[in-house]
Design a protein around this ligand. Sequence first.
Ligand code: C2E
Ligand code: MG
Ligand code: MG
Ligand code: MG
Length: 286
Amino acid sequence: KNEQRGTFSFFEAGMDARAQSRRKIEIDLRDAIQNDVLRPYYQPLIDLSTGRITGFEALVRWPHAERGMISPAEFIPVAEDTGLINALGGLMLRRACMDAAIWPDEVRVAVNLSPLQFRGGNLLSVVMDALKQSGLPPKRLELEITETLLLEKSSQVLATLHALRALGVRISMDDFGTGYSSLSYLRSFPFDKIKIDQSFVRDLGANPDAQAIVRSIISLGMGLGVTITAEGVETEAELSCLRSEGCHEGQGFLFSRARPNVEIVGLLKAQCGVDSVALGDATEEA
Ligand code: C2E
Ligand code: MG
Ligand code: MG
Ligand code: MG
């Protein structure tokens, strides 16, 4: 069949299995972007002192025709290697801002940015357009960056971060503690929130080392005057430890998995105060 021959020609002789599978992801991803198949799912961020939802993190989901949901861990690296990350990142920003614009006014949306989106030079205008088209107030948008961005020590990156913040957008440091940034970088970069990586949250309550690390990240964050969010909260033991350490916010399967936008409005309506466990019956996201 034509189709098979066409498909075959994409693969060069000598490509190993891994390269072939990445090539297939690239081809399908290009298609998925063109056909507007990618969607943000939203995972709540919970204020640990009140149990209320303060916002949602937008996480890209790709319902693949043959494979079901494919994990971003698998296709984000491919998107970064092929330049597709700019289109993907742009569409996530636009859609997340549109969705969040109809949520209650105090509820924020957080969108992940790849370091590569800072290279193209037009990130600022992509963000401004997304805000303008959706009508979302800038203070309700958070942009999540990782420490790898800071490693570049680029003045262009720094200027873009300052310009974003001047719009009123917040900057969050994602996966904190897993990168290589030194504390001196932290001082020179403007940001509003630290998200403690889930690897440190794991074992909290059981492992004194994990608790010591989390405690020092929290005191660092408090010293810098930023909000501290714990990622990957799965158990009540982790939650109570984080609360006793004074962590501001939590995110994790204990509260909810990421859910499609249609479920978010209902979730916000049901928001009823201190009982965070009200969110507990997290449905599978597949
Ligand atoms: P991240 O930004 O650190 O997002 C948190 C990840 O942890 C999400 O995985 C989320 O589903 C998962 N998670 C949340 N709570 C728990 C928990 O209690 N336990 C465990 N084990 N995991 C939990 P997901 O959605 O698979 O995304 C993985 C990574 O892919 C994200 O990590 C982010 O780095 C990247 N990503 C996702 N969406 C986008 C996007 O739109 N743009 C970019 N550039 N990267 C994205
Ligand atoms: Mg994130
Ligand atoms: Mg993270
Ligand atoms: Mg992560």
